[in-house]
Each structure stands twice: as C-alpha cells, then as structure tokens.
Write a new protein. Structure first.
Length: 114
C-alpha cells in the first residue's frame, strides 16, 4: 500500500521532523493540537523552537542519539500516550516521528501467551 492519505485523518496526532528537528509533515490531529502555535503553518519550522528547557535539551539529545522516548501525559483532562521514535529512509536515519494518542484513564492490559 503506497497511498498514505489515511494518515491525514488518523485520530492520533502525528508529527514528522528531519534529523535537525525541522517539521516535515503533520496530520490534522497534530495541526489541531498545535493551533495556538500555528497548526499547519509550523511545517518548515524547527520543533526545538516550540519547546522550552528542559524539554528542548531532551529533544536535542534524542535527535543526536537517535533514542526513542515513550511516556504518558495528562493535559486538559485527557490522558495521552506520547511515542517519539526515529524513522529511517533506505536504512538511513531521517529524523523523528511523534505520535500522541488519547488513551482511557484505565487502560486494559493483557498478557498473551504464544
């Protein structure tokens, strides 16, 4: 499947940046979540400029070391899973993808046996 248009309306916020932090793409949910900062107009700007310390320093280290970062937050009464991970093009490090998914306060957890 080479048609990636489904990402535009995917219910999780997705933001993609290059190796320096320049925002390359975002979907509707990411643009809506960042409306106060410019929404889609943020494409082409650097995501480091959107983060004060200490978050900025952490992002700089993640970009440099190609380390993923996974955590949960609560904002405006919503619990979200934040998943930030490197992405690759033809096997070469190309930057980071951040996905922010709203999750229920009580999230079921299953242990599957193989």
């Amino acid at each position: 499947m080479t048609d990636h248009t489904w990402i535009k309306e995917f219910p999780a916020a997705i933001t993609v940046c290059d190796t320096t932090g320049t925002i390359l793409a975002m979907n509707d949910a990411a643009a809506e979540a960042s409306t106060a900062d410019g929404g889609y107009a943020l494409i082409g700007s650097n995501l480091l400029d959107c983060h004060p310390e200490p978050a900025r320093g952490k992002l700089e280290r993640m970009l440099e070391r190609q380390e993923k970062n996974i955590y949960t937050i609560e904002k405006n009464g919503l619990k979200k899973l934040i998943y930030q991970t490197p992405w690759y093009r033809d096997g070469q490090y190309a930057g980071f993808v951040e996905m922010a998914l709203v999750v229920p306060e009580q999230l079921p957890h299953f242990i599957r046996q193989s």
